[in-house]
Write a protein that binds this ligand. Sequence first.
Ligand code: C5P
Length: 237
Amino acid sequence: MNNKAPIVLAIDTSDLNTAISWVKATEDVVSVYKLGLEFFLTFGGEGVRAITQNTEADIFLDLKLHDIEHTVAGAARAVSSLKPKFLTVHASGGAAMMRAAADALPTTFVTGVTVLTSLSEIDVQSIGFRDNSLESAVRLASLATAAGARAIVCSPLEIQAIRLAVGDAVTIITPGVRPADVAHNDDQVRTMTPREAIDRGANFVVIGRPITMYWQQGASAMRDRALEIAHQINSVH
Ligand code: C5P
């Protein structure tokens, strides 16, 4: 057990040394580090190992896999030696694909991505989803967990409905959060504070720039910012 905050820090940088420095700076506060496609396609498994050598925190490998089951199972096996705690797979790839990933990686939380939070209702309709984004996300979350996914990524607006649908054993992770003291002046449109997201039933919040932008002011400023957000999450009502 540890007393780290339920923060997944998004390591969105294309510089490996910067990535390692961010981890070292925040390691005592942050529970999980999220490595995405840009990182993985640039540095591969060696890059992931360079991160895990510097931390005992868990790795969230955000590859958002979506392909035929055979290919997804092979991709999942290809990253198994990296021992990610979480590996994302698009739930819209269907039950058999999710099951293939879960079977290939029994010790990883195969994590179903529902509806991307960057999509508007109009986008969701134009793709051809029958229902609105909330209903679609709930359906995809139910499908994914029934097929072996142990975690779900969703918008903070969908946490409560998904929690009702999937029960307490499933880990809910939400991006699209902004600390209470930050103006909404970037590309996050429908946001919620980390505290609100946790109060609504999320297990982890994904945070990137609100923490990593402090790197310009030095490692201790960045760590202090992570700690401040941790306190916002943990403070008594
Ligand atoms: O905006 P921020 O830097 O906090 O984003 C952190 C992570 O959250 C990004 O790596 C991205 O994958 C994810 N994100 C998302 N939906 C958004 C914005 C960001 O899933 N609308």
